[in-house]
Design a protein around this ligand. Structure first.
Ligand SMILES: [Ca+2]
Ligand SMILES: [Ca+2]
Ligand SMILES: [Ca+2]
Length: 223
């Protein structure tokens, strides 16, 4: 293997490992460990529907639900909901009974919240309710019940305040969501290098190498 081939091989190995390197810094919040680090948390929000009654003070910004837990929260309002999106990671089942998803709530009252997940923000699978302090969810049984592959990558999590709970507290009406994290986190759905794109990378490197070999031969023949 000459130096050019060594370089091409090294580059190919580097490109192949690049996505893995971005997912390798374990973090722990409130005793919940996220093996893939802060990338595990929701990255954007969609489809905000404010509950009725709406919160009367503070916590109006849905962006407070984005990223790792930081004490900033968004109040859903009574029965309100928000859909969060993972863009630089995704949520999957673990294939066993360990927890896969965690909802961080803050506030004077931790409320029951309905949770759904989706691959397309159109068809949702219900994960029932989380009950405040026990807000880690093992999603595998729900996927099994729905006949869905446990390693399906989900990009969307919808949270809805239970409309039949805590109707008297209007100051912080609805669950206060600080953060949502995928304990079982996978690479993002859109930028996973599939066999096609890996083929393009290796094919491109091969073509580059072949062209150089041909050029070197042509130079050899001239001299
Ligand atoms: Ca993320
Ligand atoms: Ca699991
Ligand atoms: Ca927050």
């Amino acid at each position: 293997m000459n130096i050019r081939h060594s370089f091409a091989f090294g580059l190919a190995v580097f490109l192949f490992q690049l996505p893995l390197a971005a997912y390798a810094a374990t973090v722990t919040y409130d005793g919940i460990t996220f093996p893939d680090g802060d990338v595990s948390f929701a990255d954007d929000y969609r489809d905000v529907v404010v509950g009725d009654p709406a919160p009367t003070a503070g916590n109006f910004d849905p962006a407070a639900t984005i990223g790792a837990p930081d004490g900033s929260a968004y109040s859903l309002g009574q029965g309100g909901y928000v859909t969060l999106e993972f863009t630089d990671n995704s949520l999957t089942g673990s294939g066993d009974d360990s927890a896969d998803l965690h909802i961080f709530e803050v506030g004077p009252l931790v409320e029951d919240t309905f949770v759904w997940i989706s691959t397309d923000n159109e068809n949702f699978i219900s994960l029932d309710k989380v009950f405040g302090s026990t807000s880690s969810i093992d999603i595998d049984p729900y996927l099994l019940d729905a006949g869905i592959d446990p390693f399906t990558q989900f990009s969307y999590v919808r949270l809805q305040d239970d409309p039949n709970e805590n109707t008297s507290n209007v100051t912080y009406a609805g669950a206060d969501i600080d953060a949502v994290g995928a304990i079982t986190s996978a690479p993002p759905v859109t930028s996973v290098p599939g066999p096609g794109s890996l083929g393009l990378i290796f094919g491109g490197l091969f073509a580059l190498g072949a062209r150089r070999v041909l050029r070197d031969r042509a130079l050899d023949q001239k001299s």
